[in-house]
Ligand binder design. Structure first.
Ligand code: SF4
Length: 317
């Protein structure tokens, strides 16, 4: 058995849709973030050191170089013949729409690039950008909009200095899905002040508003962040691995089976990760979630609410 026997994984979803393996290549387009440059706030989210998801620091190589090295790394592991350009670092809709189109087109010019996955903040997706993404969809390309919500609780979002609330997410997810753009919502398990009640309630809110994909990961404490100070002062206690595995399995059981799980854990580079140390061992966590679901004999959707009351899933391609 594999994780995909229990979860509707992104890999399996793409295999079913396209008849072949499709992998995301994570890209750093040298963007910034309105929560760092002053437009929405300064200093960023209390947990954000962008190096934790940007291995290139912030003077990235060209997109072509990143794509070539991504293909080499993925090719060595999986021999995937097709790829999505995953604009991951910072806020990848935070620029003039013509500049964004040029960036996305540059990545799509690669012959085996079949689409885009665009990571951004919910308060940073104006209509013009959504129209641009909808155009790519109409041209037959795969498009995912990845919205970082992290928690559906405004109190928590304020505490971690997100600079947006649930209302902005709600507007963004409705506007994107109205245009037929599938949304992958990012949630964090282990945010300061939150308990299991919050994780389940955030999932319920996101499902009620309608989403097509989910990405869940544990909160990492990384160097050069406000969260690191809080952790050192004993004001923040990270989750243990067994708690994370149990909670994530609970959330998966309550997620309808048609929702695509893009990720159920996350890692941070060892050189900046402070805690919890198990976050650097992605495969241990993935194996743990698989074992837990196997032990329970449950798959994704085992305890999902019926479709009534949940927005129709728009994504069909
Ligand atoms: S919105 Fe994203 S890039 Fe911006 S500060 Fe927060 S985590 Fe970092």
């Amino acid at each position: 058995m594999a994780l995909s026997d229990y979860i509707n994984t992104f890999g399996q979803h793409m295999l079913k849709q396209h008849g072949e393996r499709v992998h995301k290549i994570a890209l750093d387009a040298g963007m910034t973030c309105p929560n760092r440059d002053g437009a929405k706030g300064r200093g960023g989210c209390t947990f954000c050191n962008n190096a934790s998801f940007s291995p290139n620091g912030h003077t990235p190589p060209t997109l072509a170089e990143q794509i070539a090295s991504g293909k080499r790394a993925i090719g060595n592991r999986t021999r995937a013949p097709s790829f999505l350009a995953y604009f991951q670092a910072y806020t990848n809709t935070y620029a003039d729409v013509a500049q964004l189109a040029a960036l996305y087109d540059e990545a799509l010019a690669e012959p085996d690039m079949i689409g885009l996955s665009i990571g951004t903040r919910p308060d940073c997706v104006p209509a013009a950008v959504l129209d641009l993404l909808a155009e790519y969809r109409q041209r037959g390309l795969v498009v995912w909009l990845e919205l970082g919500l992290q928690s559906a609780f405004d109190e928590t979002l304020k505490r971690v200095n997100r600079g947006h609330g649930l209302r902005e997410y709600e507007k963004a997810v409705v506007a994107a899905r109205m245009r037929g753009i599938p949304v992958c919502t990012h949630l964090i398990v282990g945010l300061p002040g939150e308990t299991e009640h919050h994780y389940h309630a955030s999932l319920d809110t996101v499902l009620a508003l309608g989403t097509d994909g989910l990405k869940i990961h544990p909160l990492h404490v990384v160097k050069n962040t406000l969260l690191a100070f809080e952790w050192r002062r004993g004001e923040y206690q990270p989750l243990g691995m067994s708690d994370y595995i149990r909670i994530t399995a609970d959330l998966i059981e309550r997620t309808p089976p048609d929702i695509v799980y893009h990720r159920v854990t996350g890692t941070a580079p060892k050189d900046i990760l402070l805690a919890p140390s198990w976050c650097s061992q992605k495969w241990n966590v993935l194996n743990g979630i698989e074992l837990e679901l196997r032990r329970r004999g449950h798959r994704q959707g085992e305890f999902a609410e019926p479709l009534a009351g949940r927005e129709e899933v728009l994504y069909a391609a």
